[in-house]
Design a protein around this ligand. Structure first.
Ligand code: SAM
Length: 375
């Protein structure tokens, strides 16, 4: 049961991931879930898909351990309601089956915050054990043929490594030419590795529900659905820092987020039969669609109309997933105090900009929702 601390706090670690990129951790201490209510909306919206996938799997028809994993879980707060609903559905369908819930993320993740968020919430489900594994989703995390339901949200756009610095932007959406090709190639290799690992882990009939950032059919992506481009704003402020001499040219280019947003075609390609490698490994794409989940802070602003309130509520969500990359881009010979001061000024500048002219700012979420079956 969850109440037994030796079992709830256990960490199944498969060792260090040499491919891990530094500077990609979410801000810890529970900050992540507090600042990212939009990510919770995304997962809440995916819950019906998860429940449908579970119903199709019919857990009552099998015996033995039922294993669910949340890959790239951060502090677990955003997925907890979905996890609880899913495992309650398993328990209802299969009262006798023991359940393992495995939270997985990078070794740098704040697992204390995770276990604090999960707390005793899943305890009432009964005959359930919670684990964590500090293993990258680019590798095999679980034993072969052991996973029933794999879930991941808003995580697989983080690449295993940064293929190069982007000379004139902070994110691949602003990359061109060779830099763009390098990012697309890295994402292709990574997506192949993710699928290959999951193909090994999944039981026959098991499902993956993956909710990944994407570039949708209309060219929308996170923070760009019309209005002010979030990534262009990040870039403009960083470039202004360079222009005024606050940062060096190296620091400017090093601030390259190791991320890439696949198109639906890029997500689907390895899953297309008969030649796709993931298809060959038994994975079948049952469902793929894109959805836009509106920025909750911009939506609130429409109601309250308070510019300063919007700016101060909105910036922490951007900060939660970019701060460690900005911090890592700064020269190692700068003192920690100096780095912190630059980072504070950076987000302060973004906040002042939004407060002065809030119209068009916001971070709408643009995702591909996929359900994948193992045959
Ligand atoms: C934006 S958070 C999403 C958290 C949560 N799934 C949600 O939707 O709210 C992205 C998470 O992916 C994790 N992540 C990034 N690269 C990863 C990797 N290679 N393996 C596992 N987790 C990774 C980060 O550490 C972070 O916790």
């Amino acid at each position: 049961m969850l109440g037994a601390s030796a079992r709830t706090g256990g960490t199944m670690t498969r060792g260090k991931d040499g491919a891990m990129t530094s500077g990609t951790a979410m801000k810890g201490g529970g900050y992540y879930s507090l600042a990212t209510v939009g990510a919770k909306h995304v997962i809440d919206g995916a819950t019906p898909l998860v429940l449908e996938a579970l119903a199709a799997m019919a857990p009552e028809r099998a015996k033995g351990l039922f294993t669910m994993a949340d890959m790239g879980c951060a502090d677990g707060g955003t997925s907890l309601a979905m996890v609880e609903a899913s495992l309650r559905a398993v328990r209802k369908a299969a009262p006798e089956r023991p359940i393992a819930m495995v939270y997985t993320d990078q070794p740098t993740n704040d697992y204390n915050a995770l276990f604090q968020n999960v707390g005793t919430r899943l305890e009432a489900i009964g005959n359930l054990t919670v684990f964590a594994s500090a293993t990258s989703f680019y590798r095999q995390i679980l034993p072969p043929g052991s996973l029933d339901l794999g879930f991941s949200a808003t995580a697989m756009h983080w690449l295993a490594k940064k293929p190069c610095d982007i000379p004139d932007h902070v994110q691949a959406v602003g990359a061109r030419g060779a830099a763009l090709e390098a990012f697309a190639a890295e994402a292709r290799t990574g997506w192949g590795a993710i699928l290959a690992s999951r193909a090994i882990e999944l039981k026959r009939g098991g499902r993956l529900v993956l909710v990944n950032f994407c570039k949708d059919e209309a060219g929308n992506y996170l923070g760009w659905t019309g209005g002010v481009s979030m990534f262009d704003t990040f870039n403009r402020i960083w470039r202004d820092f360079l222009a005024e001499g606050a940062i060096t040219a190296d620091e400017y280019t090093r601030m390259t987020l190791p991320q890439y947003y696949n198109t639906l075609e890029e997500f689907s390609r390895p899953l297309k039969g008969p030649d796709g490698p993931a298809y060959g490994a038994g994975l079948r794409l049952e469902h793929i669609e894109t959805r836009i989940v509106p920025c909750p802070f911009a939506a609130d602003f429409k109601h309250h109309g308070d510019r300063a309130r919007f700016a101060s509520a909105y910036i922490p969500t951007l900060r939660s997933w970019t701060e460690s990359t900005f911090h890592g881009a700064l020269d190692a010979d700068r003192s920690e105090l100096e780095r912190r001061a630059l980072i504070e000024r950076y987000y302060g500048t973004y906040e002042a900009l939004v407060a002065a002219q809030p119209e068009g700012h916001g971070m709408d979420y643009v995702h591909a929702y996929m359900v994948i079956r193992k045959d």
